[in-house]
Design a protein around this ligand. Structure first.
Ligand SMILES: [Zn+2]
Length: 310
């Protein structure tokens, strides 16, 4: 009898310790990109442990699916994805192979960040993936508008409060602090960009519609004929003619694209190629979400001044 009650007490103690450990341990969050990971860290603070799968210097449409990601996903309590089929070429098999029921699409631990943000370029006609278009559900590069960054942060905050209700007030306070810092930064960015309203640029991929809309630039063309389709000679010639016609001097290129075509366009037009990272981690200085815009806008303003484009 004494033995039984002693072992019963030991079991109770083990359960209590396990529960206390569960409460103390950080929530395991995995994000498909470094941008989402950076925002999750803003909101989650020291109550979360965040891993990113894609790196900020990689094309987010084409991340190499390493087996180690399966292990990372297996331990996740929350998975945050960009959605709109951005990750369709590499993430779904990893999620499946993780055998983690918590983070399968539709489960409580799966958060599609695109569901609460403003999406641009939603196709009105037929979906065009068959033609190679990698944006069949609207533009998935939406994190490049700080307003959407704020919406992503809110969605992550609400999800973390569900996963860990005891820390809901903490996540709420972290969100409020991020919101305020972002609003302060936006005032700074607006002042920087105010002199360049309406400036025309060309970009390689359609990565920047949210960014250019937010900061008052106009994109007049793309090096790619369609999102995900490599440049063709006829399209390049048309683009050069259009840039000359409209006197466009700046060509923004994401770091993971070949510079051969952009450089030849710049030579023909007397323009400048500006390699601009669209993600946190795209350069070593870009360690958080606010720094992404600080870095890019600084780069952009310097380039505008250099080409005398305005
Ligand atoms: Zn894209």
């Amino acid at each position: 009898m004494r033995n039984r009650s002693a072992s019963f007490l030991a079991s109770c103690l083990a359960l209590l310790l396990a529960a206390a450990g569960e409460a103390r341990a950080a929530v395991n969050v995995v994000a498909s990109t470094e941008d989402l990971a950076a925002i999750a860290r803003e909101v989650g603070g020291d109550k979360v442990k965040v891993d990113a799968i894609g790196r900020g210097y990689q094309d987010p449409h084409f991340v190499e699916a390493k087996p180690s990601f399966i292990f990372t996903l297996n331990k996740a309590q929350l998975l945050v994805v960009v959605g709109r089929e951005l990750e369709i070429g590499w993430l779904p098999p990893l999620i499946l192979q993780s055998r983690n029921a918590k983070i399968q699409p539709g489960a409580d631990g799966y958060l599609d960040a695109s569901l609460t943000v403003k999406i641009l370029e939603i196709p009105t006609g037929q979906i065009t993936r068959a033609m190679g278009d990698v944006h069949p559900l609207g533009n998935p590069h939406y994190w490049l508008d700080p307003g959407n960054g704020r919406r992503i942060a809110r969605a992550i905050q609400q999800k973390l409060a569900q996963v860990r209700p005891g820390d809901a007030a903490y996540f709420e306070a972290r969100y409020a602090d991020f919101d305020k810092r972002l609003a302060d930064a936006e005032k700074r960015w607006d002042a920087m960009m105010a002199p360049y309203k309406g400036l025309k640029v060309v970009t390689y991929h359609r990565s920047w519609p949210n960014f250019t809309k937010r900061f008052g630039l106009e994109v007049i063309g793309y090096v790619e004929p369609r999102p995900g389709i490599p440049p063709s000679p006829s399209h390049t010639l048309e683009l050069i003619a259009e840039m000359k016609r409209q006197n466009v001097k700046l060509l923004l290129v994401e770091p993971y694209f070949d510079l051969k075509t952009p450089n030849s366009i710049a030579r023909e037009t007397g323009g400048k190629v500006l390699v601009m990272p669209p993600s946190v981690g795209g350069e070593k200085e870009i360690t958080d979400y606010v720094k992404l815009f600080d870095y890019d806008l600084d780069l952009l303003v310097k380039a505008i001044k250099e080409v005398g484009a305005h």
